[in-house]
Ligand binder design. Structure first.
Ligand SMILES: Nc1ncnc2c1ncn2[C@@H]1O[C@H](COP(=O)(O)OP(=O)(O)OP(=O)(O)O)[C@@H](O)[C@H]1O
Length: 316
């Protein structure tokens, strides 16, 4: 049995469907990513999994529990990453850890947890004086303090610099290695590619693809990008006839061709046949970024949420 099962989940605000029949299942021990443009319905979906919002229709099961009905039991096995505003600026790291540990029947020992997350030196520091990365580490610790089987991270690394982000990724991998299942909402393709075993791409409230990161990339119409500076221009007719090519562009003497392995072979054959040499020849795989853009009809607009209906804070 999957540890998280979401089936035909639906949620509307003001008559507008923001989650429109979402279905996925998360296996125990995996890092499962939820990826999608702004306003796609990712947070609403995971808040239904966390029991913070009630779905209009569909079913959610977390280790067999219904989050809307069995919230008390759920909080013992599901760790939720808190939002920044939920902690008082003057609360120290130690106080936050002690306070949250006291809420659970079988909490993790907070001191080793703090050490593991690099918070050991910061115990006396007030929350308001922590850096973005330090706050994020504290949120991870608080999500883990109840010894959860599953943890949900929503935009965990959005505010972090590249180094802090990489450190956080290592922590997430350690958490998984300790046997915890992770549901990860992210905007970062590199994050999904590095961490996730499988990814559900959500667009306009629907799952438009569900696969491993590599699987999503290979579904892309042009999984390979070839770029080169030919010693002489290549004939247009030959470029137009390249098998598998989805686009050919030339800028400042550099040709960029999106295509497949077949296109790469054809370009090499064409160069040899025309006795044209290629400088700065690069062949790279399409990234998850490109696959994502192909899968979603991104509007580039961030929709505003209505503060009228805010999720409740869970009470363990
Ligand atoms: N409480 C609410 N009341 C009304 N509309 C809401 C509410 N919460 C979310 N929405 C709307 O539902 C849609 C989906 O929001 P949601 O936060 O689930 O998307 P998201 O994919 O997590 O977006 P982002 O990546 O921007 O965080 C958006 O259009 C948002 O404005």
């Amino acid at each position: 049995m999957s540890i998280v099962e979401v089936n035909e989940l639906r949620k509307s605000y003001g008559g507008k469907a923001v989650v429109d029949g979402v279905t996925f299942a998360v296996e125990e021990g995996e890092i499962f990513g939820i990826l999608g443009p702004n306003g796609a319905g990712k947070t609403t979906t995971v808040e239904c999994v966390e029991g913070l919002r009630t779905a209009d229709a569909g079913t959610v099961r977390v280790a067999g529990l219904d989050p809307a009905r069995d919230r008390r039991e759920l909080t013992r096995l599901l760790g939720v990453q808190l939002q920044e505003s939920e902690l008082q600026a003057r609360l120290t790291v130690r106080e936050a850890l002690e306070l949250y540990a006291a809420l659970y029947p079988k909490p993790a020992a907070w001191r080793p947890l703090a050490d593991r997350l690099g918070l050991g030196e910061l115990l006396g520091k007030p929350f308001g004086k922590l850096s973005g990365g330090q706050k994020q580490r504290l949120f991870i610790a608080l999500a883990l303090i109840g010894n959860p089987r599953i943890v949900v991270f929503d935009e965990l690394t959005t505010a972090l610099d590249p180094r802090a982000r990489r450190d956080t990724w290592e922590m997430v991998e350690d958490i998984r290695a300790s046997g915890v299942t992770i549901l990860l909402v992210t905007h970062f393709m590199a994050e999904a590619q590095r961490l996730c075993d499988r990814v559900a791409v959500i667009d306009r409230g629907r799952v438009v693809a569900l696969d491993t990161p590599d699987g999503l990339i290979s579904r892309s119409a042009s999984p390979t990008v070839i770029s080169l500076r030919p010693s002489e221009p290549l004939p247009d007719a030959e470029l137009a006839a390249l098998p598998g090519a989805t686009s050919v562009a030339e800028r400042d003497g550099r040709l960029t061709i999106h295509g497949t392995d077949e296109t790469v072979n054809a370009v090499i054959t064409l160069l040899a046949r025309s006795r044209i040499t290629a400088r700065e020849l690069r062949v790279v795989d399409t990234t998850l970024d490109d696959a994502f853009l192909g899968l979603t009809e991104q509007s580039g607009l961030t929709e505003q949420s209505d503060p009228a209906e805010q999720p409740e804070v869970p009470a363990p």
